[in-house]
Write a protein that binds this ligand. Sequence first.
Ligand SMILES: Cc1cc2nc3c(=O)[nH]c(=O)nc-3n(C[C@H](O)[C@H](O)[C@H](O)COP(=O)(O)OP(=O)(O)OC[C@H]3O[C@@H](n4cnc5c(N)ncnc54)[C@H](O)[C@@H]3O)c2cc1C
Length: 265
Amino acid sequence: MFTTQQYVVASSLDEAYALNQKPRATVLGGCGWLKMGRRAIGTAIDLSALGLDRIEEFDDRFELGAMVTLRQIETSEALAAAFGPCLRESVRHIVGVQFRNCATIGGSIWGRFGFSDPLTCLTALGASVRLHHAGLVPLSEFIRMDYDRDLLVAVVLPKAGQRAVYLTHRATQTDFPVLAAAVCRRADGTYCAAVGARPQRAALVEDTEGLLAGGVTDASARAFADFAADRLTFSSNLRGSAEFRRHLCRVLVRRAAIQLEEGQA
Ligand SMILES: Cc1cc2nc3c(=O)[nH]c(=O)nc-3n(C[C@H](O)[C@H](O)[C@H](O)COP(=O)(O)OP(=O)(O)OC[C@H]3O[C@@H](n4cnc5c(N)ncnc54)[C@H](O)[C@@H]3O)c2cc1C
């Protein structure tokens, strides 16, 4: 459990951002991850009074406020109508309902955890993050950025007719994923795959060879899965070897592409 010298409920994003520039300041999400550590926090910054706990739908996008919980994403009918079950699928294995009622999308995405399920799915769907200081940054770029003292205000998800299927392999139901994969088809017919828990952070592979352009068949799905597995790096840890992960990548990307074609998105 962490300790803190000062606890401030921020009354504006500017105030939260200014407080966060102090050396030992820490923004609080749902504290699910923070409470696992022993951080000695100087100023703990609570964002819960800033109205960031809403999923807002606009003509061209959704905005998921930083304090939206994983459970809100799991149960959102609007997100399911727009993108199918992929987002629900990307959070439903995480610990349990009580935990998902607390863990926030802001803390999950800011953490840029290698094992992150929602980071993998949202990357495939072409999401961006709105940072208070840096502005709108595509997730595929944000993933590679170092931690700094900015604030994550919202995840911005374009409504561009994209559909994705999200699959993971887990040793047991609520454990961290051994590998996570999402395949996305965009409205213009192009495809990409995001693969996470390699165990490094999610990485995006575009179908630059047009392997799926002529339609998804067992052969073209297999070719795209092999293409993705050959382009990504994998490593070993206690959950699995690099070799097993590369094999899982071939299996999950192929299955996800086929399920997309079968309309399971
Ligand atoms: C036991 C356990 C098992 C888990 N299993 C999985 C799993 O299988 N799959 C998966 O994807 N995830 C898993 N997670 C991670 C979890 O889903 C959340 O991502 C994690 O708890 C962080 O979310 P939080 O709201 O609790 O953030 P916090 O713990 O409050 O914060 C996490 C970090 O983000 C920073 N932060 C929070 N909000 C902001 C913001 N708005 N702007 C800037 N910085 C911010 C905090 O300062 C902190 O450094 C697991 C976590 C635990 C504890």
